[in-house]
Design a protein around this ligand. Structure first.
Ligand code: OOG
Ligand code: NI
Length: 267
């Protein structure tokens, strides 16, 4: 059941972001096994679509809530879920924006968009695959939201979808360090997110991560076509603690910089 969920999410993700498929295929060409460490979703804390709503699909598939994280400066809450028995099932990271902590104008734009469709859209059990359910976005509103939250602007346009899959470096043979993976990705012509340094985290903290910069895609706005960042691809390596248990959670300081992979930029 979980396999079907991730196959469908992968299809939506790579359809919109062919660079993720290209990177995946580069590893396959090197005879590597690509396992997913985790995927991540974004949403707003509105009760029609908050973390609890997006988590339902995974709880139903046997997942359990494991970790909770707070990002004060980005005004986000987050959780991660794990599957207790299927060791190949990716972790699921879900964050939500605390909308009430933003300006009145910001909240007005968000509410207008969320209220533009009926509650039935949000009650759909397949919401996690739906992307934007709101029709054409406004480029003016997108740019306005960005000034207060890059995360909000991203979600306003892209909606319900996985914003990244994550290659588990632990499952690779040849590319067995994050440095080797990063070099391979850069040599293949992809740009890395350098926010907070190319490598987030340390061996001592038991988790190191890096990511590409989001692919720039053409989106149809009410005002016309504009190029904006969509989704990125992440690479993660986990280390055992002194008891030999592999670290399985997330680290807020790392995550804080991973979010920046999809920040607006010109091509
Ligand atoms: C999630 C960022 C956090 C990680 O691995 O720490 C994250 C996001 O960009 O939505 O994925
Ligand atoms: Ni991640």
């Amino acid at each position: 059941m979980q396999q079907e969920i991730f196959q469908r999410l992968w299809k939506e993700y790579t359809k919109q972001n062919p660079s993720a498929q290209a990177i995946h295929d580069l590893f396959i060409q090197k005879n590597e096994q690509v396992l997913n460490d985790h995927v991540a979703f974004r949403t707003f804390d509105d009760k029609r679509m908050n973390i609890a709503v997006l988590a339902k699909k995974f709880l139903k598939a046997g997942y359990e809530f494991k970790g909770e994280y707070i990002f004060e400066d980005k005004h986000l809450n987050a959780v991660h879920l794990e599957h207790p028995s299927d060791k190949d099932a990716p972790r699921v990271f879900i964050s939500e924006l605390i909308v009430s902590e933003f300006s009145e104008e910001f909240q007005k734009i968000v509410k207008k968009r969320l209220n533009s469709v009926g509650n039935a859209y949000y009650a759909n059990p397949d919401l996690i695959y739906k992307g934007s359910v709101w029709g054409k976005p406004s480029y003016a509103d997108y740019q306005f939201l960005r000034k207060e939250s890059e995360y909000a602007a991203w979600f306003y346009v892209h909606g319900f979808r996985v914003n990244h899959f994550t290659v588990s470096i632990n499952a690779l043979q040849q590319y067995d360090t994050i440095e080797k993976v990063n070099q391979f990705i850069k040599d293949s012509g992809f740009e890395m997110n350098k926010s907070g340094g190319e490598i987030k985290g340390t061996v001592e903290k038991l988790l190191q991560q890096s990511s590409t910069l989001s692919e720039i895609i053409k989106v149809e706005f009410a005002e016309g076509m504009y190029e904006i960042p969509a989704c990125f691809y992440e690479f993660a390596i986990r280390y055992p603690d002194e008891n030999g248990t592999i670290f399985s959670a997330f680290i807020a300081a790392n995550a804080n910089k991973i979010f920046d992979s999809s920040n607006f930029r010109e091509k």
